[in-house]
Write a protein that binds this ligand. Sequence first.
Ligand SMILES: [Zn+2]
Length: 307
Amino acid sequence: MKPDYVFCRKAAIAFFSVRHKMYAGFEIALKKELCFVKKEQIEADIYVMTGEAFASNSTALIKDDEILLIDALASSKDAETLRHFIEDELKKEVRFILCTHFMSDHMAALKSFPDAQIIAHENYRQTFASQRSLTDEEASFFVEPTITFSDKIKMKWGRLTLDIFHNPSHTMSTIGVDVPEADLLLVGDAFFGNTVFLSSAGVPEQIRGALKYLQTKERSRVIPGHIGIYDNKAFENALFYLNLLQKRVQNARNSSDGERSILEISIEDCLAPKLTASEFEREFHEINLRLIIERKLFLPQSEVCLN
Ligand SMILES: [Zn+2]
């Protein structure tokens, strides 16, 4: 998600204040040290943790005394919570960390497990460098991966098979991880709640293609980079938002008020029917509108060339 864009930090702060309210039941837990915002055990050998910073997700796949971790949360505090949970409570050792994309909001715990092999797509460095506004703490999360790949890898991890495939969308290093035995699909930041975040480099056509491909997997459990667990309907909702956003932008450009009226497009005019926007989705929708103007997105190709 976001630290790749200058407007994102402010939005993220607002997002967290909102998320804390939304997770009212977890307020007491948040006041303690080393607690996740949310932790779900979806199978005997699979945990999904949601950290406090950016509500980033991390998924732990257990095999005997070892763990394969997918994504590594967004802050040093969340990283320590994760290390404490895995090493002190579960008493397991992290053997591999698989990065769905190389952005700092998914990398905080890479240094918490120094003996782990770190797996990432070969475009990892370009993605990390594309982030525009990292704090010193976030910049310090960078670790060279020990294993990189270009197209796909298949891994056996205990009873689980991991089909790992390059699926560029929000970043050029984004991968997907299909785990058939667990009816589980991990997708990085391919969608964001019921929307998509266009980011400073995301190409709408590529995002659309990635979402459609992920949808064909038809998994019941889908874990994106943030917030928690979704289902296959998430792809339809994200595509609905992206398609309608494009249509609204084109209508705005053709209106008498022109380009500036893009900023007046409401999220309600873009969400799939019966969905309600959360505050954080609203914040990122507004960032998307500014990005569309700045990056000249959704222009006909001939007009893009002229600019
Ligand atoms: Zn993210």
